[in-house]
Design a protein around this ligand. Structure first.
Ligand SMILES: [Ca+2]
Length: 195
């Protein structure tokens, strides 16, 4: 009987000890003020789509730079935050008439963003400006996606890289509409340390 009581006491003391360890870990975790500052990835995603007229033999490249990350585009499709789904070459190797490129993020990272377009190649007989359509959509987990920015803009000719939009995502993951601007910056083929 005494052995059973001793075993019971050991189990109780062991469980209590484990509870104390978990309690200490929880208190340290809750009170660490650096946690929120270090937490940059909020649930959800940012989607950026660039369209140009269907069936045109024109290759436009979208380049997107996330905060503290290297730009993502056709020659660097994967980044820390963004991925380019596909490099659309116009009509080359393309069974679909649509001309579009799509970049999406893993999580929503607060900070400053840049979206550029580069007119890579024009295979038309008659060259001329191309009308671009940009759509940016923000989606938080469990909520409906919101189109936070749309615009149409003309890119004049081959070899031009132009800034379509720059914007900021706030610390709470919301889109800062007041931050929208088009101050030119070239990001193509550059890293975060070289711009
Ligand atoms: Ca392209």
């Amino acid at each position: 009987m005494q052995g059973i009581n001793r075993l019971f006491l050991d189990v109780i003391l062991g469980a209590f000890g484990l509870f104390l360890v978990l309690l200490v870990i929880a208190i340290i975790w809750i009170n660490d003020p650096t946690d929120l500052e270090n937490e940059t990835k909020l649930p959800g995603s940012l989607s950026i789509e660039l369209f140009w007229p269907d069936k045109l033999p024109v290759d436009i490249d979208m380049w997107v730079r996330a905060p503290d990350a290297d730009p993502v585009g056709y020659s660097r499709k994967s980044g820390m935050i963004f991925n380019l789904l596909r490099d659309d070459l116009g009509t080359i190797g393309d069974i679909a008439p649509a001309n579009m490129e799509h970049v999406f993020s893993r999580g929503i990272t607060p900070g400053d963003y840049v979206v550029n377009a580069h007119f890579y190649r024009d295979n038309r007989a008659d060259t001329g400006p191309i009308l671009l359509t940009l759509i940016i959509t923000l989606k938080h987990d469990g909520k409906d996606p919101i189109k936070v920015h749309t615009k149409t803009i003309t890119i004049d000719r081959q070899n031009i890289e132009m800034t379509l939009v720059r914007f900021t995502i706030k610390k709470d993951g919301s889109f800062d509409y007041k931050s929208i601007n088009q101050v030119p910056i070239k990001i193509r083929s550059k890293t975060k340390d070289s711009t």
